[in-house]
Write a protein that binds this ligand. Structure first.
Ligand SMILES: [Zn+2]
Length: 526
């Protein structure tokens, strides 16, 4: 019981680590000293001094706060709540309302508890005595201030975090599993690098992906190979799926991408691994900002396989066949599916069953596998003979044979030869006619400039194709003794290599024939 002549006060000093760093004058000691001075001046008996350090006050209700305080072992809030329950104080001294609440609803609840349940008062160092007479007004003002402060804090924090991404540092507590923070002696993150302890398991997991092991199986296989989490348990299923499809894994710093979902509800999209695909609106990405978790040939193969797995997502447990995902109906753009009747093997346009009426083919269009194989065999033969790895992947290559780019280069060579010849003639011509050559040279020079510009844009378009991987795939193709040997390999291996050689192109099928290559675009059939 409180003695009538004694006024018992408790001092609440709270600070979050962030506040303290920002401003010293609100630091704990200063708060406590100022509060003690007030108590002394008024002759109040200080029964408890509660210091709350670096604890979030961002809770909505006292119950939430109490639960969190207990869980986090924050004795300060526990003690404050004990005082509320025992109602053993007359005045609570604090620096300001934001010392114990960062949400207006929590502030209201605490003030109500103190004033009504405990019959006590609040002394705010910045506003003076708060009691039943002015509590409503004070709450209104402080509630508004708190809201504003929170908004400001949020904006500032966000701004700071965005800056981190621009520097190639992770935002928030979560970051891609493959990397680790490097901190300075003040515990500040100064670098974000591939975690050396994870290199070997990443290497093995990448090998499994490249070898066509399913996402569901990879972590199990790794466990068999002796790779486990720190706690000895296997990595969670799909762990590496999420790691490999994270742009940070590949060295690209990115924000606003995790909660994005595309129409099909998938959180993984092609742009995350394929640099030639445009980044969706709202996502901010800084390419090649940090060291990637994987490099070299395996990185190129892994990326290609990740792209393949998205662009030709197999339905259910379908086996991979030679041309799975490579044939597109020339009428409706639908990917053609494999069928084996026992007698015939063919691919057919299935849009009849799936697509909306407007987009679908009204009849089933087919092509025999043998027909595709003959076409492809001829294409590969040409590819090897002319030593032209981009034969199938080149977006400028509407028909097989000489590419547009190659013909541009021939034109360029001719023009330059012409110019050289004229200049040579001009040098030996009498001075009186020398100026006549100038016009000719200038005309050719203009033509040359134009051609160079065309070549540049054409090349830029071509760079969209992942040339690194196409070269690598081509090298693999040439390791087969003959094309015969190639066709005898496992259908899955053949399919993967063809996918890589074709890049973003697919074979267009019309009237049971291959009519050329087209750029592949994912379509929705709804
Ligand atoms: Zn069709």
């Amino acid at each position: 019981m409180t003695q009538p002549e004694t006024i018992n006060a408790i001092i609440l000093a709270a600070v979050s680590a962030k506040d303290q760093a920002e401003d010293d004058k609100f630091s704990l000691d200063a708060q406590i000293n100022d509060s003690r001075a007030v108590a002394e001046k008024n002759g109040w008996n200080v029964v408890d001094v509660i210091r709350i350090e670096g604890h979030s006050r961002n809770y909505r209700t006292l119950a939430q706060l109490a639960a969190a305080a207990r869980e986090n072992n924050e004795p300060g809030f526990d003690r404050l709540i004990a005082h509320f329950e025992k109602q053993d104080f007359d005045i609570l001294i604090c620096r300001d309302a934001n010392r114990f609440a960062r949400k207006p609803s929590l502030l209201y609840e605490i003030v109500d508890t103190i004033l009504e349940d405990c019959g006590a008062r609040i002394y705010s160092l910045s506003d003076g005595m708060v009691d039943a007479n002015n509590a409503d007004m004070w709450l209104m003002v402080k509630g508004y201030e708190i809201r504003k402060q929170m908004q400001w804090l949020k904006t500032e924090m966000q701004r700071g975090r965005y800056k981190l991404v621009e520097l190639g540092l992770p935002m928030g507590n979560e970051h891609v599993w493959s990397h680790m923070r490097v901190r300075d002696d003040k515990f500040k993150t100064v670098d974000f690098i591939p975690d050396p302890d994870k290199q070997s398991v990443i290497y093995e997991a990448a090998q499994l992906v490249v070898n066509r092991v399913s996402w569901r199986q990879i972590e199990k296989d790794l466990f068999e190979m002796g790779f486990a989490q720190k706690n000895g348990k296997p990595y969670l299923t799909h762990h590496f799926y999420h790691v490999f499809y994270n742009p940070w894994f590949w060295g690209d710093a990115v924000r606003n991408h995790t909660y994005r979902q595309n129409q099909s509800g998938r959180s993984v999209e092609l742009w995350m691994v394929d640099p030639s695909v445009p980044i969706p609106d709202g996502v901010v990405m800084y390419r090649d900002k940090i060291e990637p978790a994987i490099k070299g040939d395996l990185a190129i193969k892994l990326r290609a396989e990740l792209i393949r797995r998205i662009t030709s997502r197999p339905r259910q447990h379908r086996n991979t066949h030679h041309f799975s995902g490579l044939l597109v109906c020339g009428r409706c753009g639908f990917t053609m599916a494999y069928h084996d009747t026992g007698k015939n093997i063919y691919y057919e346009c299935g849009s009849k069953y799936v697509a909306s009426e407007r987009a679908r083919c009204t009849r089933k269009w087919l092509i025999r596998e043998s027909e595709v194989k003959a076409w492809m065999n001829e294409a590969l033969r040409l590819m090897i003979e002319s030593n032209h790895p981009y034969l199938l992947a080149d977006p400028n290559n509407e028909a097989l044979g000489e590419t547009r780019l190659q013909s541009y280069y021939k034109d360029l060579e001719q023009i330059e030869t012409q110019i050289r010849r004229i200049i040579e003639k001009q040098a030996h011509a009498p001075e009186s006619v020398s100026s006549l050559y100038d016009d000719q040279i200038e005309a050719f020079a203009t033509q040359r400039e134009k051609l160079l510009a065309t070549i540049q844009t054409t090349e830029q378009k071509q760079q969209l194709v992942n040339q690194g991987d196409i070269n690598l795939a081509y090298r693999e193709l040439t390791t087969y003794e003959t094309l015969e040997h190639f066709w005898q390999d496992d259908p899955g291996v053949i399919n993967q290599l063809l996918h890589r050689l074709m890049g973003k192109r697919r074979l267009a099928i019309r009237d049971r024939k291959v009519v050329g290559t087209v750029e592949y675009r994912r379509r929705s059939h709804r």
